[in-house]
Design a protein around this ligand. Sequence first.
Ligand code: GLU
Length: 311
Amino acid sequence: MADLARLVAAIAARMAASTERGRVASYIPELAKVSGDHFGLVVATADGQEFAAGDADTEFSIQSISKLFALVEALAQHGDAVWRRVGREPSGGAFNSIVQLEAEGGKPRNPFINAGAIAVSDLITDPDDPRTGAGRILRLLRELSGAPTIAVDGAVAYSEAATGHRNAALAHFMKAHGILTGKVEATLSTYFHQCAIAMSCRHLARAGRFLMNGGIDPASGQRIISAEQARRINALMLTCGHYDASGEFAFLVGLPAKSGVGGGILAIAPGRASIAVWSPGLSPQGNSLLGTAALEELANAMGWSVFNPEL
Ligand code: GLU
């Protein structure tokens, strides 16, 4: 895979030189402090190799990428009962939209918009111990990436909670409709803390490996979720992983992927690779601008699209 090493280095060099970098998220004050100059890329391949370039080991706020691991945790705990609380359709709306929720009786469209993610957080939170939810996600991420130091960034969590009025509104609205069954405060605490988890591209790429491998973590041989659940999560990532730009991402890249407003994206080439990329500047829809460009280049060069007959 000498070619892949060269390709990853070349992509990182091109991205480092790019002058059109998007805008760093500013609606959560703590995220606005991050420099838009960063770029990191790690490709963890099915044969156990790792190709890294740029700021591969710098930690960043994983934000909505946590929604993926919260869903894994909820499916492992509750199985198909998860789908009584949250749907499986792309929303075509902004990540924090309220309007669709009201029109559809309080059941969120999918687990990757904020409302859906809060419903999932509710499922993994013990109402009497608000720390359980984020704790479960942390345990899973540490296990999958082999990095026991992964933690919540306290300043980001505080900033998230202090400015999270829209998310609180979504949660209370869903509570009124019986979609949330726990305590709203405990559920929101899980949500704010999971979004504030800090990870590097290297650890994120490692954490995604079970999704390229039918639900089994190739590093430990441990089954994390069933093969069917892994396939379905990949389908949701492809259709809903980039908010109202999910169609565009499928068009350009063609891989299941989940983005976060911290500028990270985790993408899965089934049977081939788990890829993490980070660049904090965002597109107007809240997805990493250079992260998307890098994935487009990588997927095209390697033929890694789920729509490629040879993948
Ligand atoms: N913590 C963010 C929020 O709820 C997550 C959004 C995102 O990454 O898209 O606003």
